[in-house]
Design a protein around this ligand. Sequence first.
Ligand SMILES: Nc1ncnc2c1ncn2[C@@H]1O[C@H](COP(=O)(O)OP(=O)(O)OP(=O)(O)O)[C@@H](O)[C@H]1O
Length: 964
Amino acid sequence: MPKQENGQKEDSIIQNDLSESFEEEVRAFLSDEEKLHLFDDLTKVNPVTTTTVLKCLQARYTVNLFYTNAGCSLVALNPFQPISCLYSPELMREYHVALRPQDLKPHIFAVAEQTYRNVQSQLDPVNQSIIVSGESGAGKTWTSRCLMKFYASVAASVISPKGNETVERIEKRVLDSNPVMEAFGNACTLRNNNSSRFGKYIQLQLDRFHHLSSASIQTFLLEKTRVAYQAPNERNFHIFYQITKGATAEERLEWNLPEGADYRWLPNSERNLDEDCFEVTRDAMFHLGIDCSTQNNIFKVLSGLLHLGNVQFSNPVDESQPCELEDKTKDFVKTAGDLLKIPVEELLESLRIRTITAGKQQQVFKKPCSRAECETRRDCLAKVIYARLFEWLVLVINESIYADPSVWTSFIGLLDVYGFEAFPENNLEQLCINYANEKLQQHFVAHYLKAQQEEYAAEGLQWSFINYQDNQNCLDLIEGSPLSIFSLLNEECRLNRSSNTDLFQTRIEKALSNNQCLSRNKFSKKPNFIISHYAGKVCYQLAAMVEKNKDPIPPELVHVLQNSKDPLLQKLFPMTERNQNSIKTQNRAAVVTVVSKFKGSLEHLMQILNSTTPHYIRCIKPNADCKAMTFKREEVLSQLQACGIVEAITISAAGFPIRIPFQSFTERYEILRKSRGPNKNRVCDKSSYHTAEKKGETLVAGDDKASRSVVSEILQNVVTEQTTAEQTGNRAGNASVYCGKTKVFMGNSVLEQLEARRAEVLNEKAFCIQCCWRKFKQKKLVKERWSATVIQAAIRSWLAKNRFQRMRRAANVIKHSWRKWKAKMAALAAAELDEGDEKAFLVPGAPVISAKPPCSLDTSWPLHAIIQFWPLGLVLAAAPVTVRGLRRDLSLLASLRVRQGSDCCRVESFGCGITSIRALPQGSIKFHCKKSPLHYANVSPHTDACSVTGFNQILLDRKKLLPT
Ligand SMILES: Nc1ncnc2c1ncn2[C@@H]1O[C@H](COP(=O)(O)OP(=O)(O)OP(=O)(O)O)[C@@H](O)[C@H]1O
């Protein structure tokens, strides 16, 4: 039995191994992991799964590619280190001047440029928005800053000097708003050294020439609690550290900030960050129109808050008395009062004594606060001052970058919002942040998915193949009417009863039990509720939630601030009629809660976003420790889920990511139709297509039909599965192409097929053109060569003829001289003979023969003499003409000696193409001619048989004379 078990185990191990190796093989076949980093779009990895997407992102991250497209979003991975040239002005220009910036590498500048071009094209909706999201430390602020710089640089290319001045001024101010907002709104947290503690929407307004003419900034939900409370290892807002570290000695004196002093609300001040630079903030404030005295006033108030933070209370001995001040903190109250220009007594009273108005007569009672209440009031005072100061700063910045709406015609909005948050303990802040993210996710869904759905439906394609979950249910749970978490929270605040969290928990459960997105952690003792967000479940603690929602500001505090002599505080807390009566009417006033305020501003923002064309940049933090070049898959995956990328990828892959209008399709792929072989249908289709073309606009419907048939024909040629989709009208049968009413819908694979076929056909055509051209060129060349040959032949034959004639003339001269000489010699010989004969005949008895000229002699003997001498003539004729005098004589003699010594002549070169002479005394003489390099040199211009060249002619002539 154990053996059998072992055997089964082994079998299953082998099977597992096999299936794993098979999977590996399939994976390797589908996606070449070595080339994974080459995918610019996550929806194009094969297959589109979270695993491959993660691998692709990681592969790109390791080769310093931080941006990747994901359908209509851009995924931005934080490098956590400066990357040279990644945001240089040169790169900005490259994207700005590119013909198709989307064809360049994915980058935030590509998104920025596309957005800018959309505005330029004036296509509805003209206004654009870029939604930058991600968790804390993912790089949202960095990205927004880079985008602002991009637009500032694009707008700086204005030609008119006056316009340039305005643009530069606005551009500088817009950029200067960053350090100011960051100094007052950012802080060092555990997750990010420069964490924005507020949401921000910046509108860059462009005039009709698309130049930056003005801007406006809207902020959301500043984390004001940070002024009075900082989590362990976190810090307060940067500005507090800037003033304590950067103030001059004079300022320290004026603001009462002695060097090295300790402030409870200034933890971790020993840490020095880049963000602690006071000068940068001051310069930027100055450029934004905040003069030195106002700046001084601001820093004085901030210093007052730091002193206020050091005020500590102790329980009184008598409960009917206000809380005591701890000895060591008495000075701090005084200093705080001095700096805030509030009399110390008034300040202390507002912190320690509550005013209650009760009864029909609205009687006013004063009640000392408990120690905890005093501390809450102290913190509240600081928070309210800081929050109003921040609001006022935003107002000042807006005023300095504002322009009348008549000046600008369009805008590009940049939204930098906090990403989805899920901590071990979550409260109202997280609820608001996650609510904002749900809203934005819905916007994304509405834009991306619903737009797809509507388009498919309009084109007659059934929307049945993509299953996506709308988050409306979750939003209904949070903000719905009449019953939702927000409405219940507001009700609790309105009722103004002391909050019982257990009861509140039961109330929520009862009222919203039918919403599937709501649940509760039953194992926790603390009252809570869980919301199933699109990005995951988050458990919210109910403790203090109602109080936080009320965000009450004790009227005594407002009153004391309104009575301050400080000009800035007077601006921040102006005295109004309503304020004056606020103490009396506090209980009856409608409570404006945090959630209702937040909901209002978010709805306003959503209205703006809905009227624009959105672009999404999803910032991802590759690791929680902010380490450079460290990629943690689990952390990235949870962020991809939180920003809806996983869903978007799935949908993109499942749907038809490519849609091409019929006209554009036929324009590009008509070539594929024509490339097909002749067929009846084609003729029919073509005629209908052309008919539609001729009739033009009058037959729009017919035009579409005709185009559709052309499109179908092309698709049938190239894509085999198209018929299925067309027939069924949906994605059944796995068809990846569909012919709609005005557009062709297709998957990437079909596009690839079409493009590949197009390239093939274009290649064929190009090849054909090349062949024709080469043929033509070849023919032309042959003709030219033939003509050249004819000309050359004519010239050569003329030259040869010339040469031949010259030689012939020379031979004639030789012949003539030789004959003369021979005759002379014969005559001499004859004379000698005659003399001899006469002498012989003079012998007695001998007959006397009279002397006769040689010519009159018997014809046979003089000929013999001539034959005896003709080699000499030859020798003379062939003797080198360049050699003269004695040498010529010697060479002649040598030739003669040879002649005498042997029957035949020796071979010798004499130049002029003659290499040897072989004299055959009894026979003929042969000429050996070296073949000339010229083609026609060997051809006799005379074609008749008797035309023999050179000496042969002479010899032949001689031969005729010889007796046969
Ligand atoms: N593209 C980048 N190149 C180099 N460093 C970057 C880049 N993006 C972000 N960082 C680094 O990451 C840090 C965090 O970025 P950033 O402050 O923009 O995050 P955030 O998403 O705005 O966070 P929070 O929501 O907390 O404000 C930056 O201070 C910077 O050091």
